[in-house]
Design a protein around this ligand. Structure first.
Ligand code: 5GP
Length: 212
């Protein structure tokens, strides 16, 4: 069985990355979102097990001690972590997985899984970031300010990612991320074995990527 790919998607909050990821998994087969664990409180409209697993600090510490996190980070004063087992299980059955995580987490995952594909999503300009953060009315003024400050700091690191996607138009941005996923599925590591087998068995080459 071919192993799936890990896609790290990071962005300043308010850049539209959650929407992009949701649309992506609807469009493509065989790709799913990793559900993170967090100690932050559930926001209105968020669903346990769909958006996050919302857990107490104590439970987070226990999971941390038993090395259950592939990576974890403190973001805006809350802890967030990615389940090592959930990612392993998806990838080992040939599925692709999207980790929607911050730059600290992205760095850690890339260190552990160098073949992971890093995608950074940017708002078209700072003003639209501000508008989106204020417009969704989710965060207090203080929190919006903190997120804007963090966005400035993060942007530098995001520029080091493998792929940079500007969300100037939602549909176009989803298309760009879709192309990146499709291209990753055609990478040498993923198609070489299949091709070698095909050549060996039939002497023919079949295109590695099905239209999914
Ligand atoms: P929010 O609280 O707005 O849902 O997320 C805040 C930030 O935490 C976002 O940048 C989000 O990508 C990041 N984040 C969510 N889950 C994880 C995770 O499991 N690990 C890390 N490192 N960051 C995460």
């Amino acid at each position: 069985m071919e192993k799936g790919d890990v896609f790290i998607i990071s962005a300043p909050s308010g850049s539209g990355k959650t929407t992009i990821c949701r649309m992506l998994v609807q469009r493509l087969d065989n790709i799913e979102l990793s559900i993170s664990y967090t100690t932050r409180l559930r926001r209105k409209g968020e669903v346990e097990g769909r958006d996050y697993y919302f857990i107490e600090r104590e439970k987070f510490d226990i999971m941390l001690d038993s090395r259950e996190f592939l990576e974890y980070a403190s973001v805006y004063g809350h802890l967030y972590g990615t389940s090592r087992e959930a990612v392993r299980s998806i990838v080992s059955r040939g599925g692709d997985v999207i980790l929607e995580i911050d730059v600290q987490g992205g760095r850690k995952v890339k260190g552990e899984l160098p073949e992971a594909v890093m995608i950074a999503v940017f708002p078209p300009n700072r003003r639209s970031l501000e508008q989106r953060l204020i417009g969704r009315g989710r965060d207090s003024t203080e929190e919006v300010k903190a997120r804007l400050r963090a966005a400035d700091g993060e942007s530098k690191e995001l520029l080091e990612y493998d792929y940079l996607v500007v969300n100037d138009d939602l549909e176009a941005a989803v298309n760009r991320v879709e192309w990146i996923v499709r291209a990753a599925r055609l990478r040498r590591e993923r198609t070489r074995n299949r091709l070698a087998k095909l050549y060996h068995e039939t002497g023919e080459v079949n295109h590695g990527e099905s239209d999914r």
